[in-house]
Design a protein around this ligand. Structure first.
Ligand SMILES: [Mg+2]
Length: 512
């Protein structure tokens, strides 16, 4: 009963769309003819209420039977997920970004960045008073200052929900001339978004025209670096697992390099804390202040050597030596000096534009994205509340799709109740992740813009580098074959649990 229902629920598109086309054709499989016949006619006695109610109850019963099977295959939040097939056997060289890839920060850093930027705004743009305070009010889907703007108001304000291409941010997610909508893509964006909200709120309350330029030019990075260096233990969250990952790669004879936009002393102090004073022995090449994504595109910027005392030397660089730190440079020179080309290189970063996009599109390195939110989202997805909500939402959607063919008044009244229930389920599914934004990976049925970019630019993705500790270095990552809209999902994970998936909670223990 359970598998049959799953098949019915998933195959509604085939039943309705393909049934008419295929009926009577010699190649129509018997099961498809059966399904088509089953839903093309209504009840023999014409009692639509009883007929629809019976199907509703049957779907409910089937979902209840299916849930134990789904719940027995929970995803491990520390798993690595693949967009493309990739074997670690082929990877000889591992590269890393620094911030939010090797180093993770405590929430104190958000407060530091917010307060620093706020003080700069107050001091440099005296229009804003100290009443901005230290807000931690979370943001929501549509906001004006701190006020939630309903979806319908947003749609009215922008004449729909479509964002014209010319208003979107540029390729790297930044706002520039004409591209007014900036994308906030990394964890450093959290205090920035909060400050924007505060400033907007202040402008609205004081009837001041909003000027994006006012806060665009607040440069807090230098001040942030000095504050973090002065109190490393307060701001860097943990280091043991990063250290263990690097040790594992070194013990397996892998080469390693670091390319970061952060400055030398900041990285040195952080890595001393995370890995130890000998951290440079693990890395074959260290590049600081690389100015990614320019590093990947601008051939003109040369490498410079930085001395242990932070002095920049101007000698032409003919080789990148182990144990030394280099500044700036560009990828073309890097490839020439190291010979590390193509798919034997795997680079990890947390910013899918600045770190990963160019490498994927132009240079052919393999890429790994670090997405910390993945852990909390997977933990939620493993709860029975989420499983029950999503299973019933999908089954109810399948019922609606099939039963919409009954246009009589009584059927339509029942279907309206189902549509209402479906909307409540969708709202509930969004609230489970985040009451304002929902999941960062999905918006209702569809992948978010972020996920689409992630799928394009990252071969693999995981919540933290430490996930690598769960796999040996010969492991091959296989992406799941997810059904396309015109494909029958008969090979989906639900019908054959574990057949095409990543390791689940039980199996992953064996891989270490
Ligand atoms: Mg980073």
């Amino acid at each position: 009963m359970a598998p049959a229902l799953s098949l019915l629920g998933g195959c509604c598109r085939v039943t309705l769309a393909a049934g008419r086309r295929l009926t009577g054709s010699p190649g129509t499989p018997p099961w498809l003819r059966h399904l088509s016949a089953r839903y093309s006619s209504g009840p023999e006695d014409g009692d639509m209420r009883r007929y629809l109610s019976a199907h509703y109850k049957e779907a409910r019963r089937g979902i209840n039977e299916l849930i134990p099977s789904i719940s027995s295959n929970l995803f491990n939040p520390s798993a690595i997920f693949a967009n493309n097939e990739m074997s670690l056997d082929d990877i000889e060289i591992y590269g890393f970004d620094y911030d939010y890839t090797l180093a993770f920060y405590s929430k104190d850093l958000h407060t530091l960045i917010f307060n620093t930027a706020r003080d700069l705004l107050i001091n440099e743009h005296r229009k804003i008073e100290s009443s901005l305070g230290a807000h931690d009010k979370p943001l929501c889907k549509g906001i004006s200052g701190f006020d939630v703007v309903s979806d319908s108001e947003v749609i009215e304000m922008y004449q729909g929900s479509h964002v014209p291409l010319e208003q979107m941010s540029d390729f790297y997610g930044k706002s520039s001339e004409g591209n007014t909508l900036k994308q906030f893509m990394d964890i450093f964006s959290l205090p920035e978004m909060t400050l924007l909200s505060c400033v907007n709120d202040y402008f609205l309350k004081n009837n001041i025209d909003y000027e994006p330029d006012t806060i665009r030019d607040v440069h807090v990075k230098g001040l942030m670096y000095r504050a973090v260096e002065a109190d490393i233990e307060r701001y860097i969250r943990y280091g043991e697992r990063t250290r263990a990952v690097l040790a594992k790669l070194a013990n397996n004879g892998k080469k390693m390099f670091l390319i970061t936009n952060s400055p030398s002393s900041f990285v040195d102090k952080g890595m001393n804390f995370i890995v130890g004073k000998d951290w440079r022995d693990l890395f074959d090449v260290v590049i600081v202040q690389a100015e990614k994504p320019n590093f990947f595109n601008d051939k003109r910027r040369p490498f410079r050597k930085v001395t242990d005392r932070g002095v920049l030397l101007w000698d032409k660089i003919h080789q990148l030596e182990k144990g030394k730190i280099y500044k700036q440079g560009n990828l073309f020179e890097f490839l020439k000096l190291t010979g590390w080309r193509g798919s034997k290189v795997l680079y990890f970063g947390d910013h899918i534009y600045s770190d990963l996009a160019d490498l994927t599109l132009k240079h052919g390195w393999r890429t790994g994205a670090i997405i910390p939110e993945l852990k909390s989202e997977l933990t939620i997805m493993n709860t029975s509340e989420y499983i029950q909500t999503m299973a019933w939402l999908q089954s109810l959607t399948g019922l609606l799709e099939r039963m919409q063919i009954y246009r009589d008044a009584e059927s339509q009244m029942i279907l309206q109740d189902w549509i209402k229930e479906r909307q409540e389920l969708r709202d509930m599914a969004r609230r489970i992740f985040n009451p304002r934004f929902g999941s960062i990976f999905r918006t209702d049925h569809n992948p978010t813009y972020f996920l689409r970019r992630l799928s394009r630019f990252a071969d693999i993705y995981m919540e933290s580098l430490s996930c690598l500790l769960n796999y040996d270095l010969h492991y091959t990552f296989y992406p799941k074959r997810t059904p396309l809209q015109h494909e029958v999902p008969m090979w989906s994970e639900q019908q054959y649990p574990g057949a095409f998936g990543i390791p689940f909670l039980q199996e992953i223990a064996q891989l270490k």
